[in-house]
Design a protein. Structure first.
Length: 215
């Protein structure tokens, strides 16, 4: 019997994960059955269960894959001296994350933002999934903290800025942008980039003026 190539195995695993993601985004985690996933990917139960033991394993794998790729992108940025500015970095990483899943569509709209909302909801009931998210976001926060330290070393950010506070804020901006896409429809990452750039360009001219008057 001919051996199945790793390329074939990887492609089959990708097919199953993408099909499951569409099902979860369309109907929610609890309303989706494994039978729905089998129908979506057009594979036998044996072919799917060879890779994943059930819905929990599927959603866990999807989440771990996304957070792993995001973490790797930010870790790579942290190694640069200095790291790219926040507006460019966030837009680049989010853009790649969305582009990698742009073929996943539900009712003519991107499935990924809807899937993110489903995952957040499920973590309220599923401690195992919540643990995966905590670990994944924890690693992203750590990578962002290193990026902030790079900004500080380059004189791009105040030395007294708390790296973890900045990390949490940048993650919140990205997650909020994804949530808005789920609620209000797709929007290009340029919107986030330009919004962050505008906020970064603000100056406290009023404070400086008041200070000069007091002097």
């Amino acid at each position: 019997m001919a051996r199945v190539s790793q390329e074939h195995l990887d492609a089959r695993r990708r097919q199953i994960l993408d099909g499951a993601a569409i099902c979860f985004a369309r109907n929610g985690f609890h309303a989706t059955s494994m039978q729905d996933v089998l129908k979506e990917v057009d594979l036998s139960a044996g072919a799917v269960y060879r890779y994943f033991s059930g819905k929990e394993a599927l959603i866990g794998a999807i989440v771990a894959e996304v957070l792993g790729s995001v973490r790797a992108a930010f870790e790579e940025a942290a190694r640069r001296s200095p790291p790219p500015p926040p507006d460019e970095l966030v837009a680049s990483v989010l853009g790649r994350t969305l582009a990698a899943r742009e073929s996943l569509v539900v009712d003519g709209r991107p499935a990924f933002p809807r899937l993110v909302i489903q995952v957040w909801t499920e973590t309220l009931r599923n401690e195992e999934l919540a643990a995966i998210l905590r670990e994944g976001y924890g690693s992203v926060r750590t990578a962002w903290a290193r990026i902030v330290e790079g900004y500080q070393e380059a004189g791009m950010m105040p030395a007294d800025a708390e790296p973890d506070h900045v990390a949490r804020t940048m993650i919140a901006a990205v997650l909020g942008f994804i949530a808005q896409q789920s609620l209000f429809g797709p929007a290009p990452v340029d919107v986030l980039r330009e919004g962050l750039r505008a906020l970064m360009s603000m100056r406290d001219d009023q404070g400086a003026t008041e200070g000069s008057q007091l002097g």
